[in-house]
Design a protein around this ligand. Structure first.
Ligand code: GLN
Length: 456
């Protein structure tokens, strides 16, 4: 009730939610009744959670921020949603996002802007700006996001929240409306590292419905966070500072670099060893990503054909193609159309090797840079984003400027490694939140929870 009251009080200004779950209170009461009856309940039973609208929910619309899916109610729950319900968590509603998770500011949503709770004239990050804003504005204690190139970590950074992109294959993608299937991961957005670990424990682990899901058992991420809170894990920890992503002249706001360096000094004071490492191929990460992502997205979005899902624009006397074209013309926004055109072009005969093929080679080089770095260090550190939250409207008409904001987050997706963003204080020049990102080798997500909680 407190969270519903908070939503009623502030969401008119924030607009984090696209849909509030009318059944939330009833569900919470059922969990209370089960608790009173002595049922064994998980640690998060009864806690409300805000769900990014990219995740399918049986009882609520799932639009992925697009007009083409307006009002669509899926016939099934995403695995992560089903697991939360089974653990007694209470779905609070669906949160705003850039259309099909394409963007860094949530301004590409078909349903209006979300405002950063720290400064309503600023972006909440993207694509999962709604989830991060809901957490930062105390409308929800926990949220779920999806991260294809930073959409959990960058919104967390610019709203002073914690955001975790798990190892690729660590959390099921079943029922997550696909953007780029080789990059997408679902993960938690929370106010503390321990909260993120608790939620990750609920949603993660093998799912036979996702063919890329890792079959191995995982350690408890909540326990990993608790170890960090006890001050364990930093002594002798080798933290690699990525040279290509931490210097002046790389587009970083001075206050972001200042807080980043102060966080490193705090780690050093607790016994960590700070080492500079080089990852030369990271310079090409944005270029490679913005070919691979549109290529995969153009294929994934082909299913929105006006027959199976959502919007259908009738064309009297028209052919099937006319109906599909009219529906996609009306249903998709500009950024989605831009990426479909780019991706279709990059995949077309005669261009495939030059664009998609080259980008895949760069992806391999980036993976090798990570491998080489992790021979020398246990975790890598970078600022989570180059700047604090920028003003609404300042980049929305300049796709390249928007894409450059993903500088620090994209490499982890290209390599499938886990990454976490932790609050690192406020930038002195604008008093807005800064995030520090840590990345670990594939399957070493627990390390990030320990380091993150120790720094917190
Ligand atoms: N900003 C990136 C993009 O526009 C990241 C998106 C994401 O992680 N879903 O593609």
């Amino acid at each position: 009730q407190a969270h519903l009251d908070r939503i009623a009080a502030v969401d008119g200004d924030i607009h984090a939610f696209l849909h509030v779950n009318a059944a939330a209170l009833d569900t919470a009461r059922q969990v209370d009744a089960a608790r009173a009856a002595g049922d064994a309940l998980g640690a998060l039973a009864g806690i409300p959670v805000a769900i990014k609208d990219v995740l399918c929910t049986l009882d609520m619309p799932s639009t992925a921020g697009s007009k083409i899916l307006e009002g669509w109610i899926p016939p099934y729950d995403a695995t992560v949603v089903a697991r939360m319900r089974a653990a007694g968590l209470v779905p609070l509603g669906k949160t705003n996002m850039d259309e099909f998770a394409m963007g860094s500011s949530t301004e590409h949503s078909a349903y209006g802007n979300t405002h950063n709770p720290w400064d309503l004239t600023r972006i909440p990050g993207g694509s999962g700006g709604g989830s991060a804003a809901a957490v930062a504005a105390f409308e929800a204690p926990l949220a779920l996001g999806s991260d294809t190139g930073g959409s959990i970590r960058q919104p967390a950074a610019v709203t002073g929240s914690v955001g975790m992109k798990p190892t690729y294959g660590g959390v099921s993608r079943y029922g997550a409306i696909a953007l780029a299937s080789s990059l997408d991961q679902v993960g938690p957005v929370t106010r503390t590292v321990l909260d993120a670990g608790l939620l990750h424990d609920v949603i993660g682990g093998h799912d036979p419905r996702d063919s890329t899901s890792i079959p191995d058992a995982w350690p408890s991420f909540a326990d990993a966070a608790r170890a960090g809170l006890r001050g364990e894990g930093l002594k002798g920890l080798r933290v690699g500072v990525v040279k290509e992503l931490s210097q002046e002249g790389q587009g970083f706001q001075p206050g972001v670099l200042q807080r980043f360096r102060e966080s490193l000094a705090l780690l050093e004071a607790q016994g960590a060893e700070i080492v500079e490492v080089s990852a030369p191929s990271f310079d090409y990460a944005i270029a490679a990503y913005y070919l691979i992502l549109p290529a995969e997205a153009s294929s994934n979005l082909a299913k929105f054909d006006s027959v199976r899902f959502g919007l259908r624009v009738e064309v009297p006397g028209g052919t099937v193609e006319d109906v599909m074209a009219a529906s996609r013309e009306a249903g998709f926004g500009d950024e989605v159309k831009r990426r479909i055109i780019l991706g279709t072009y990059a995949l077309s005969a005669g261009y495939y090797d030059a664009y998609y093929g080259s980008a895949q080679k760069v992806r391999t080089l980036i993976q090798r840079d990570f491998d080489a770095a992790f021979e020398k260090v246990d975790v890598l550190a970078t600022p989570s984003a180059p700047t604090t939250a920028f003003p609404l409207g300042s980049k929305v008409d300049d796709p390249l400027a928007m894409y450059l904001n993903d500088l620090t987050t994209i490499p982890a997706n290209l390599a499938g490694v886990p990454g976490i963003s932790i609050p690192a204080g406020l930038a002195p020049e604008d008093n807005l939140p800064v995030g520090i990102q840590f990345m670990a080798p594939v399957r070493e997500d627990a390390r990030l929870y320990t380091v993150g909680a120790a720094l917190e």
